[in-house]
Design a binder for this molecule. Sequence first.
Ligand code: CA
Ligand code: CA
Length: 289
Amino acid sequence: MKTLPPPFIARPLLRPVLLCSHFAALALDSSNDWAVAVLEYVPASPYPGFTNTHHALGPAARQTIGFVPGSVDHVLVFQPSVDVVSIGHGGWLSLLMGAPVVNEDDPIHPYGVDLIVYGNAFFTIRSGTYTFYASPWTYLHHEPAEIWVSADTTAWFRAVGVMADDLLPTQSVDINGAPSDYLRPVNPALYTNDWLDGTWSYTNTVLAYEGAGGGAGVDLSRLVTPEHTPTTLTYCIAVRLRDVSGSGRSAEVDAVARVADVPEPCVCSALAAGWLLCARRTLRPSLLP
Ligand SMILES: [Ca+2]
Ligand SMILES: [Ca+2]
């Protein structure tokens, strides 16, 4: 019996190994935390001037048009991003993520949230009062769109209990002015908060975000089929935003992020111990006793 040459034996084993290595590399590359390609753009009367789909790719914006004419300022909960693409009433936009978005539970993904959709919803205050940081919110300007996800770009499943371009408005800096963490979700309990009860304004809103950047958080364990049957995905590679506002207004999309894994304490400890060991070995000859 003839023995197969090595390439015919190695190839079936090599391919999964290479694929695993490829996805492992993707998973570790932070540049793949965002949507990277447009699969489909079917606008329906989109807002004029906002039809460049590249505005939905890459990181969510941190700068926008300020209130002072001609100025540029941070994206704030009352000062929305203009780096967006408009879907239009009844339209949709499908995006390919830079790497698979894996379904994890808390604490690896806080609150079990696996991906975040950023739009340009924003809070408003009473017209004519320009004390933005102290005035209570009087209105949430939002244009909700359904969020659908797919593991293969063929079968799509809708996220339950959350809409894109809705709660929560994007906040690019934390309460101290440092960049907020766009890869960390806010507490989903804030989606059902009564933001217009007169007690909420800039400071306590940003404090409630706890350093996260807002947006609409999706847990891949909370999905339904097109027939409304509950289901889950272990991962997804694509996200579709479907405008169903019913108001004649158009949902806008700024970006879609995968949530960053939170290292488990034991992993942190092991990494820290490893780093200290390396440091001691490196420094011992001259600096350590
Ligand atoms: Ca999850
Ligand atoms: Ca954008």
